[in-house]
Design a protein around this ligand. Structure first.
Ligand SMILES: [Zn+2]
Length: 192
């Protein structure tokens, strides 16, 4: 009888601490997206639209907060090319949504997208002087919604000012655009 009671208490305690983790800052609950697509077929636009909804749902989630704040590189809680910011500061920078070219902290992902076709290995590109991200339909057409969400988040993080090495290295995968992009893709693949 004693044992049974203590098991129940432990269960209640676990439930309590789980719901404690469930809290996200109010900036997460109000975070939103404003994505404009200039061109593209209705199929491409529909995919981008669904990917945008996924990004919105994910950034608001507890799972996203936990993954970003607990991100590790070489055993330390940090991103590569983090601009001197801690994981928590990076999380809040995402929530604040102040793009370099649209510096108001509007709690929103502002993004403009153009699609193009090029027979190259480039998935997309952007430049620091433009609000646009350019997505190569060679990849977009075969991408799943989670892969599209990853690309949008990756390119938008460049708009926030995060960078990464030009050429592949193990460390590059742990930069903010690659690391957070991967978190978004993985969470988009699972029901939140
Ligand atoms: Zn990039």
């Amino acid at each position: 009888m004693m044992k049974r009671i203590s098991t129940l208490s432990l269960g209640a305690l676990l439930l309590f601490s789980r719901s404690g983790l469930g809290s996200v800052p109010s900036l997460a609950t109000t975070w939103t997206t404003d994505v404009l697509v200039d061109n593209g077929s209705s199929t491409q636009r529909d995919k981008i639209d669904r990917a945008e909804q996924k990004v919105r749902e994910i950034v608001r989630s507890e799972a996203f907060k936990d993954r970003v704040i607990n991100f590790t590189y070489n055993g330390a809680k940090r991103f590569v090319d983090n601009g001197g910011l801690t994981n928590t500061q990076i999380y809040y920078k995402i929530l604040n949504g102040a793009e370099r070219l649209l510096p108001a902290q509007d709690n929103e992902m502002d993004l403009k997208i153009k699609t193009y076709y090029q027979a190259s290995s480039t998935v997309g590109f952007t430049s620091s002087s433009s609000m646009y991200i350019n997505m190569n339909t060679k990849f977009l057409n075969s991408y799943t919604v989670p892969e599209t969400s990853k690309t949008m988040m990756h390119e938008w993080l460049h708009k926030l000012g995060f960078n990464h090495a030009v050429y592949y290295s193990t460390g590059r995968d742990y930069s903010v655009p690659y690391g957070v992009g991967r978190i978004v893709m993985e969470l988009a693949r699972t029901a939140l």
